[in-house]
Design a protein around this ligand. Structure first.
Ligand SMILES: Cc1cc2nc3c(=O)[nH]c(=O)nc-3n(C[C@H](O)[C@H](O)[C@H](O)COP(=O)(O)OP(=O)(O)OC[C@H]3O[C@@H](n4cnc5c(N)ncnc54)[C@H](O)[C@@H]3O)c2cc1C
Length: 385
């Protein structure tokens, strides 16, 4: 196979890699980019791959709208009810308190993925130096020489071929769709149980169909996965009580291992890591992809700055320096989001009496101290700038 050259090599055609290519080409259509994608060429072949509901923030909606990549099928969250099983303390967050159209949006992973592919195809039509290469094996990556390598290989916890800093929470997430009788429209439920957070989130299928994310020990999650539908629904009802309504049906149950894996350094020489390739988070706060999209957007701005400039700006030393300045600009947002998510994943699963008491008080305080609640919600919606 013959080798080829480009300025920017993006490895990974998941949402973050696609978004990074799209934002770069939107601002600089002449950019010389090769995108390596291990996914099938046709969108139809992705249609049943990953139906997991992902919570995207208002900030992500604003970013994706800039490249017309906001999926048509989404469900808005107007209020979030947070509580813990068997303890006092609860908080209710409403969109009115934040003066936003919605607190967040729930969209299937595959819809985000496919819409971004479509947006990139539109930009591809006016980008003469963009090559979208579908590959099947790693050897093909080694044939390409580039001035800068963007790692967007993503991946799930425990399936990544790198492990750096982080934590194994010894938890799995069971996800699926549940039907509830008379569910409150646009309402999200987050309940902290002894084994981990349990969330029921709106879906675009209608008010009575909710996306379930049930975190628990790997053993309990495996057990719940194998239960027949009726027994599963009865276990779920026990955890939630009757507040949410009666669970009628469940479908499409799957398990994911959960943990935190993050790189302390996100650049090395001419390489840079973004999205899950830079940090893989627990889904408790629904922050992984939101953070990854902010990585992609700001990296795209930096890539345009480097590669639309003079040849002098593209020396290895200048590229290295520019990537370091990008890494510096991501530090506060990454540290806060990783820290907050890790804190929530640990504190809300501890059964130590003082921690249980403290989180009850914290939840009550959130309810009664609107400025703290608003600050927390803003961090989750927009990240730290
Ligand atoms: C149960 C669960 C619930 C979640 N809920 C939320 C949520 O509510 N909100 C939120 O913001 N985030 C959520 N996340 C996190 C979110 O899914 C990830 O942060 C997001 O998918 C990261 O996108 P990515 O493009 O970096 O990686 P990925 O989605 O993993 O995509 C990477 C792509 O790169 C490809 N690839 C891999 N290696 C190579 C290679 N060598 N060459 C070429 N291509 C390659 C892969 O095939 C894949 O398509 C959740 C995660 C889980 C597990």
């Amino acid at each position: 196979m013959s080798s080829s050259n480009c300025d920017i090599l993006i490895q990974g055609g998941g949402p973050v890699g696609l978004a990074c290519a799209a934002w770069t080409l939107q601002k600089f259509p002449d950019a010389s980019i090769t995108l390596l994608d291990r996914n099938p060429v046709n969108d139809i072949d992705l249609a049943n791959t990953d139906n997991r509901g992902i919570a995207l923030s208002h900030g992500s909606k604003i970013l994706l709208n800039t490249i017309r990549a906001w999926p048509k099928e989404s469900a808005q969250i107007h209020q979030v009810h947070v509580s813990q099983a068997g303890r006092f303390g609860r908080a209710l967050m409403k969109r009115e308190e934040l003066k936003q159209e919605a607190l967040g949006h729930i969209i299937r992973y595959r819809d985000i993925h496919i819409t971004l592919r479509q947006a990139l195809r539109v930009l591809q039509a006016t980008s003469p130096n963009f090559v979208w290469k579908h590959i099947h094996k790693e050897t093909e990556e080694n044939q390409i020489h580039s001035k800068c390598i963007v790692h967007a290989e993503g991946g799930l916890f425990k399936n990544q071929d790198w492990v750096e800093s982080g934590r194994d929470y010894s938890q799995s997430a069971l996800v699926g769709l549940v039907e509830v009788e008379n569910a409150a429209p646009h309402q999200a439920w987050e309940r902290f149980t002894a084994e981990g957070p349990l969330a029921a989130l709106p879906s675009h299928y209608g008010p009575n169909i909710l996306n379930l994310v049930w975190c628990g020990s790997p053993e309990s999650s495996q057990y719940r996965l194998q239960l027949n539908d009726a027994d599963f629904l009865s276990e779920l009802q026990k955890e939630f009580g009757s507040r949410i309504g009666y669970f009628l049906k469940v479908q499409d149950r799957r398990l994911y291992d959960l943990g935190l894996n993050y790189r302390k350094e996100i650049t090395k020489d001419n390489q840079v890591w973004i999205g899950n390739a830079a940090q893989t988070l627990h889904p408790v706060a629904g922050q992984g992809l939101n953070l990854g999209l902010r990585d992609a957007f700001l990296l795209a701005e930096k890539l345009v700055e480097i590669f639309s400039g003079s040849a002098e700006d593209q020396s290895p030393a200048k590229i290295h320096h520019a990537l370091q300045s990008y890494a510096q600009s991501r530090k506060a947002d990454r540290t806060t989001t990783i820290g907050l998510t890790d804190f929530m994943a640990r504190v809300f699963t501890s059964n130590l009496a003082p921690v249980v008491l403290a989180r009850s008080i914290a939840l009550s305080a959130l309810q009664w101290l609107p400025p703290i609640k608003t600050a927390l919600a803003r961090q989750m919606m927009f990240g730290r700038r």
